[in-house]
Design a protein. Sequence first.
Length: 275
Amino acid sequence: MTPAKLIGFGIIILALVIAGSQSTYVVEPGFRGVEVTLGKVSDEFKPSGFGTKAPFITHIVSIPVRQLTRAVPAECYSSDLQQVNLALRVLYRIPESSVVQIYKAFAGDPFDSLIAPRVQEALKEVTALQSAEQIVKKREDIKSKTLIEAKKKIGDILIVEDIVLENITLSKELETAIESKMVQEQEAAKARFTQQKAQIEADTAIIKAKGEAEAIRVRAEAIRDNPGLIQLQIVEKWDGKAPLVIGGSDGNNGANILLPLGLPAGTTTAPAARR
């Protein structure tokens, strides 16, 4: 075989190898392929895996269908006309049914053209109804409402899984004003608690005093209605020792006081009362 024939044979083999390599493709897991032939996009996507295609004139574009996360900054104004800067992260994915449409409309990356502006628009609408202080206090509520509004604006072409509100930045003056107000509210709440505690303690003391007064009244009525009650209580508490009766100073109307003499129990004769 002449050298010219060998060169020609080598060129043919090389062309076949190149054509063979150009006639196959691989779509990685988590992606779907869009077939483009001479600028015309196929209406059906290619699943992940190995496949064949027309060499040289057809190429496969991979579009991710797994969840993606991108950052979105937003500059908003509150209902009290305060500037609030927010940092968000949007979690989204492209459904299989939208892969071809997303490629045709957004070249396979819909975030900057579709998602970011819709999320920013939804966030501005939500924050415009709240004061700057409420935006800081109700960040979870702001996030939830923004997610709902963003889904309405984006539609079914994309699936927005969640929105994470990472940071809220206010002006230094506004931060100082909000912090001062919160401190005042905490001090007011503490003062109200102290006042309520004092009122409860006062009410408790009154109730206790009323209970004690009622108990004294009941005992006084019982003694008045039952003159022998005191004698009965003395007998019940008697320890078996003879008592000593000490008369009053006038000898007639003074009260008598009973004191134990220390006599052994069982003594039957009591000593005469001192006069």
